[in-house]
Design a protein around this ligand. Structure first.
Ligand SMILES: *Cc1c(COP(=O)(O)O)cnc(C)c1O
Length: 431
């Protein structure tokens, strides 16, 4: 119908209904998709879109499917382009993104567990993951056993018929203990051989700390990787997101979960992660890791500091595991951007006070170091786990779990190394 027939008010809504300017084929950068819903040419096409959603056949190649987009919560171009790149980065078959890291973690756990199942997790976990497992899952009679997985053999006496998932982070937050992924995978493979396929135990790794640039758990035998995109992958601190990477058979399940629980990644957040975050991850991390090693060495020489833990230091207690497990895409040692250290002090109370004082000086005086949670950003961030991220755990329990009351966690950014060290030197001189 002729456009002239319609009022300007209406035309301001529709514009040129079919513009040739909407051209994906010739864009160097894909446009930000910002459409909550999608036009379906015919009822038949609409029906086909609903029928096909989350119903990929065994033989279909997911990457070659031209999807019929229906509604942003189900899928749209920006997050699906990002998902292809994330699956490739983690060397997995498929990736499904979520609105946050926690949405991704609850999705993979929700897809793989049911009433009566058990999860085995490492004794120290990201606080909200711990809360999910202890405050919410017991409502559905899903129990979690928290054990020390730095010795993978501890699994043997804890696994039973109800166990469905083994879950951990490595490096562990905040003390940077490492857990041997391939050793855990080997133990689970042995056990899975004696179980029916429907009761298989899945290994899920939270790879947020290392990012796929420094560690690819799927190559080491894990079944699923979950990740907060908010941290190292976005890198600039502008957006939140999460992802599950895993085998092809889980793709439809994860899409259905996301559709019904609703934690979809906004297209406006998928876009900067795809355009700025992921492409700059290697160069950002190369710079930050080089600084992290220098900073860790500098801190090690200070007489006020009791110990420094960084997987790249020769003094790191699990150095051989670090060198085996934390590698970049070319096989170079990639020990990450996080450092953990603590002050000397006769009692835990004195150490804790020193840690807090140090943090306060940095917060007030430092230009290159910001007191803030989060990590993996281009800015160096510092926090005091004992009084901040892990404060819910009583001090005696903290020590048992390997959280030092005086411990400081630093996430190194891409500032000039000497500037970071100068700010640290100043703060150290004041305590
Ligand atoms: C931040 C973080 C999460 C949660 O991610 P959000 O994007 O904040 O929901 C999960 N695991 C680890 C290790 C994290 O650091």
């Amino acid at each position: 119908m002729k456009k002239k027939k319609y009022s300007m008010e209406t035309q301001l809504i529709y514009g040129k209904a079919l513009s040739k300017k909407w051209d994906y084929n010739h864009h160097v950068i894909p446009p930000i998709s910002s459409s909550a819903t999608f036009r379906l040419d015919t009822a038949k096409r609409g029906a086909q879109g609903f029928m096909e959603f989350a119903h990929h056949t065994e033989t279909q190649k997911i990457e070659s499917c031209a999807p019929i987009y229906i509604y942003d919560r189900l899928g749209e171009p920006n997050k699906e382009l990002l998902e292809e790149n994330l699956a490739a980065a983690e060397r997995g078959e498929i990736a499904v993104t979520f609105s946050t890291g926690m949405a991704a973690i609850s999705a993979v756990l929700g897809c793989l567990t049911g009433i009566g199942d058990e999860i085995i997790a490492h004794s120290v976990l990201y606080g909200c993951t711990y809360s999910l497992l202890t405050n919410w899952y017991p409502r559905y009679n899903i129990k979690t056993k928290f054990i020390n997985l730095t010795n993978p053999k501890n699994l043997l006496k804890e696994i039973n018929q109800r166990t469905r998932i083994v879950y951990f982070e490595t490096p562990v937050n905040p003390n940077l203990d490492l857990i041997d992924i391939s050793e855990v995978a080997k133990i689970l493979n042995q056990i899975n051989k004696q179980r029916p396929k429907a009761r298989k135990i899945y290994l899920i790794i939270d790879n947020t700390f290392a990012t796929p640039y420094c560690q690819r758990p799927l190559e080491l035998g894990a079944d699923f990787v979950v990740e907060s995109l908010t941290k190292g992958i976005t890198g600039f601190g502008t957006d939140m997101g999460g992802v599950v990477v895993g085998p092809k058979w889980s793709y439809d399940l994860l899409l259905m979960y996301r559709k019904d629980f609703g934690g979809s990644l906004a297209a406006k957040s998928a876009w900067p992660i795809m355009v700025y975050g992921l492409p700059s991850l290697p160069i950002r991390f190369k710079q930050a890791m080089a600084s992290a090693l220098e900073v860790a060495k500098f801190l090690s020489t200070n007489p006020k500091i009791d110990y420094v833990r960084y997987p790249g230091l020769d003094s790191f207690p699990q150095l051989s595991l670090a060198r085996r497990q934390m590698l970049d895409y070319e096989g170079n040692f990639a020990p990450g951007v996080l450092i953990y250290f603590s002050f000397k002090g006769k009692t835990p109370k004195i150490r804790k006070e020193k840690g807090e004082k140090f943090i306060n000086i940095l917060a007030k005086e430092a230009y290159t170091i910001t007191l803030a949670v989060s990590l993996g950003m281009i800015r160096t961030l510092v926090e005091h786990p004992s009084s901040m991220t892990h404060a819910a755990i009583p001090p005696e329990e903290q020590i048992k779990k390997g959280i030092d009351p005086g411990g400081i966690r630093m996430s190194i950014g891409i500032e000039k190394t000497s500037d970071i060290i100068a700010d640290l030197k100043y703060a150290l001189s004041k305590i």
